[in-house]
Design a protein around this ligand. Structure first.
Ligand code: HEM
Length: 90
């Protein structure tokens, strides 16, 4: 979509837990997604999806359903790209 494409540091991703009023973000293949809008629609339930909140979700995702196309399903929820510490925006 059209919007701000953020450079997200791991320490920032870690804060996006979906709790305390913050959205839930998760990364996959170096890209950061807002998984909050998808929570009510996840066939595996919100609790399962929330296990990937605030961190890289690739391993959990691949363990569960490698046949699902994360990129297609959450394309409109793309927040930005994961960058090394010290290279993001404050
Ligand atoms: C099921 C999407 C992340 C756990 C599913 C299904 C989809 C889906 C489409 C149905 C698959 C099928 O029936 O073939 C997604 C997307 C994710 C995501 C787009 C990334 C944002 C996760 C994570 C977990 C998880 C991180 C954590 C372990 C599950 C489980 C099921 C499931 C356990 C099976 C539900 C059942 O059949 O009873 N997910 N998922 N998912 N998902 Fe996810």
């Amino acid at each position: 979509g059209v919007g701000t494409f953020l450079r997200v540091k791991p320490s920032q991703l870690k804060q996006m837990t979906g709790r305390k009023g913050k959205p839930a973000w998760s990364s996959w293949q170096g890209k950061v997604y807002n998984i909050t809008p998808y929570l009510p629609y996840h066939p595996g339930g919100e609790g399962q999806l929330m296990r990937a909140a605030g961190k890289d979700g690739e391993q959990l995702f691949m363990e569960t359903h490698p046949w699902v196309n994360w990129e297609n399903m959450l394309g409109s929820c793309l927040v930005g790209v994961l960058v090394p510490e010290g290279h993001g925006m404050e």
